[in-house]
Design a protein around this ligand. Structure first.
Ligand code: XBP
Ligand code: MG
Length: 224
């Protein structure tokens, strides 16, 4: 029996990755770096979840100019990126993906509990809700697990295992809603069934093991 929905954030609640990309690039420019992540490169870098991990991976594998000067300044770069992302989000360009609002309302009405498991930070979750449904809606989420709460983000199952622990539910009573292969892996490794709403950056991902794969959550595709 379904007792809780566990939502991923980036790519699932909203198509936020272009704004993240913009925030990374603005940050690099403000630090005087000529690093610029185009969409093709960013699509590759998204396989590494969490902004700090992503920058570190880029420094190690891309060997950009000034890599040596910034290898110890990743946390500083990322703090700036988070501020920039917050400012861009407040600009109001982001909408929730189709069906998300209705599904959240249905879950509230039917007593299905709500949770979040995301590699991003808590402040970005708060800001996304502030910019869309309103921060008050987050009060309906019993559990919110973010990248800052675990040692390893997705595809590690740690975020989902923590969500299960906090929900005090077995995995079979939950359903994860994800958009990416690494998110699917994380949920499945925690034993949680998952459905996929494919996001723009994850169209080529391998979704083997998903309960269902759909373009979005509009009614007809999925209902509680
Ligand atoms: C996807 C991510 C996020 C963002 C960057 O998270 O990997 O890291 O791209 O966010 P989700 P930060 O699990 O919600 O799909 O820079 O804030 O880490
Ligand atoms: Mg995602």
């Amino acid at each position: 029996m379904l007792k809780a929905l566990i939502f991923d954030v980036d790519g699932t609640l909203a198509e936020t990755e272009e704004l993240h990309r913009k925030a990374f690039n603005e940050t690099f420019a403000e630090f005087g770096l000529d690093w610029a992540w185009n969409q093709a490169l960013y699509g590759e870098l998204l396989k590494v979840a969490g902004g700090q991990n992503r920058i570190r991976h880029f420094i190690e594998t891309g060997q950009p100019k000034q890599a040596g000067d910034f290898v110890d300044r990743v946390a500083e770069l990322h703090r700036h990126k988070t501020q920039t992302y917050g400012r861009l989000l407040a600009g109001g360009q982001i909408r929730l993906r189709p069906g998300i609002k209705d599904l959240i309302l249905q879950a509230i009405n039917k007593g299905v509990r709500l949770a979040i498991a995301t590699s991003t930070s808590r402040i970005n979750v708060d800001r996304l809700f502030a910019a869309t449904l309103g921060e008050a809606v987050l009060e309906h989420f019993d559990v919110i697990c973010c990248g800052d709460d675990v040692a390893e983000v997705k595809p590690s199952p740690q975020l989902y295992l923590l969500a299960l622990k906090k929900l005090q539910l077995p995995p079979e009573n939950c359903l994860a809603i994800e958009d990416s292969e690494i998110g699917l892996s994380a949920a499945r490794s925690a034993g949680i069934p998952a459905i996929i709403t494919v996001s723009t950056y994850c169209q080529q991902d391998d979704f083997t093991g998903a309960q269902e794969i759909m373009t979005d959550l509009v009614s007809g595709n999925f209902a509680l």
